[in-house]
Design a protein around this ligand. Structure first.
Ligand code: GAP
Length: 455
């Protein structure tokens, strides 16, 4: 049975079962940061590998890169982030604490406040008589830059300001010419990158949804300007299809086309796939038509020729369709969508219906009893042999068999293998399916093949 799960339930399961922990927890945490535990990092790596295989290794037209997080600060002047990567904030006039003005208005029932100008937000806050949590007046709504800064250099006097990249996209644009010169791809082609991005979010919240440090998976697809509409529609379709292939239910997904005043400074067209999180439909995956905005800006700033020349033909700056998704947001969506509760043998259980491809553990192997040497020895043999054939096999002999099933269900393990006294007689084991909780006997000789087929 699927019910709408709360965020608190997901946070608590994530901690209890070793998926995700609060960042720097023993120091009381650090807002906007979360740490991935042993199961979380497997889930994350499985999703990354799936994305990389789908969009890079399985495609002849997309090239992967891994650019540095720190970039020459002029990059961010050219890209428009120094000038235009802002959030509307409003300050408590006494405490000087800052709040996201659009979030504040939305919390007070104002619809689509993120589409308001700063002047409109200021007057709406006044009209509604909104006060800070401390009961003080608010000042004017102003735009604040969201980029995080640090310093490079041996001494304070000579050090320069550098930014932690707020998007991975610019690492792609500055390497566009390197990829062309080294691999000679013909248009249309794409460059993809997975990596960390950083934003000084004023109100980080909703677990993995709004972070200050997060990971993006982005593709910049370079095209002829005439192909922008067609390519934009194609990338919208492939983003949707990929999310569905991970196991996200389509009935919890919807498109949101951006109005002109909602779009980022670089986008001529933009749409998000929104997912129904416990706190409502919110952005999960973006597709943007960035036109020739970025390449043109870098060409003007550096003087480096970024034109694309068709052999014996025209010369132009390619347009770019961007496909961009946050890995942490996908993980949150997947955990929320996979969470299920039902009853097995009169007992309530919680299980994660993760697709086997991304589940952190594929198979768990247990001896029925951990104090019977002959069972443990046989189970170890089954475990070691299975590990040679399948990756993601876990040994589990903690607690009784019922507890082990519950634990494996809660972490989304699709199959459990139990070695019991019959195994010693007929060399067969019990194979249990997570979703149906049904059990079947399978001979040890066929086990790896049988599981691989199901996976
Ligand atoms: N290069 C385009 C770009 O960065 P964006 O809409 O600002 O566009 C793309 O971000 C995706 O990155 C979002 O759809 C979301 O999944 C993820 N993302 C953005 N800000 C985030 C944050 N503060 N925490 C977690 N994920 C975030």
């Amino acid at each position: 049975m699927k019910k709408q799960v709360t965020l608190e339930t997901i946070i608590s399961l994530s901690k209890r079962r070793g998926f995700i922990f609060q960042g720097s927890e023993i120091y009381g945490g650090l807002a906007g940061t979360w740490d991935y535990g042993p199961l979380g990092v497997e889930l994350k790596n499985n999703i990354k590998q799936n994305w990389w295989k789908t969009f890079v290794t399985d495609r002849p037209d997309i090239y992967g890169i891994d650019a540095a997080i720190f970039m020459n600060p002029k990059t961010w002047e050219a890209s428009g982030h120094v000038e235009g990567f802002n959030d509307p904030l409003v300050e408590d006039v006494k405490t000087r604490k800052r709040y996201r003005a659009d979030h504040l208005l939305e919390e007070h029932g104002v619809h689509k406040a993120d589409e308001f100008s700063v002047e409109e937000m200021t007057s709406k806050i006044k009209e509604l008589g909104l006060k800070s949590p401390e009961g003080n007046e608010f000042g004017e709504v102003k735009q604040f830059n969201m980029m995080l800064k640090t310093r490079f250099g041996a001494s304070e006097a000579t050090a320069i300001d550098v930014y932690l990249r707020p998007e991975t996209a610019q690492g792609i644009f500055v390497n566009y010419k390197n990829v062309i010169d080294s691999l000679h791809p013909k248009l249309p082609f794409g460059i993809a990158q997975i990596g960390k991005a950083f934003r000084n979010e004023i109100t980080p919240r909703d677990f993995l949804f709004r972070l200050r440090e997060f990971e993006q998976m982005e593709i910049q697809y370079f095209i002829h300007p005439d192909d922008q509409k067609e390519s934009y529609e194609k990338w919208k379709k492939s983003a949707w299809k990929w999310l569905v292939s991970l196991g996200l239910p389509e009935e919890k997904m919807q498109w949101h086309d951006h109005a002109e005043n909602e779009r980022a400074h670089y986008a001529a067209d933009a749409a998000d796939i929104q997912f129904k999180f416990p706190f409502g439909f919110k952005e999960l995956h973006g597709v943007h038509n960035r036109t020739d905005f970025d390449l043109k800006a870098h060409m003007e700033k550096t003087g480096v020729d970024l034109y694309y020349s068709v052999e014996g033909g025209e010369k132009f700056i390619p347009y770019v369709i961007e496909s961009s998704v946050g890995l942490d947001r996908i993980i949150l969506a997947i955990l929320c969508a996979a969470y299920a509760e039902d009853e097995v043998n009169g007992e309530e259980r919680v299980f994660l219906q993760l697709s086997p491809e991304i589940a952190p553990v594929k198979v768990a192997v247990f001896p029925l009893l951990k104090n019977k040497e002959e069972l443990v020895e046989k189970a170890r043999e089954v475990y070691e042999n299975l590990r040679k054939e399948v990756s993601g096999v876990m040994w589990d002999d903690n607690g009784n068999i019922g507890k082990r099933y519950r634990r494996q269900d809660e972490i989304g393990t699709p199959f459990c293998v139990t070695v019991d006294f019959d195994t010693l007689e007929d060399n067969s084991v019990t194979l249990r399916d997570r979703d149906s909780a049904k059990q079947e006997r399978v001979s040890v000789g066929d086990l790896a093949h049988h599981i691989k087929e199901k996976l």
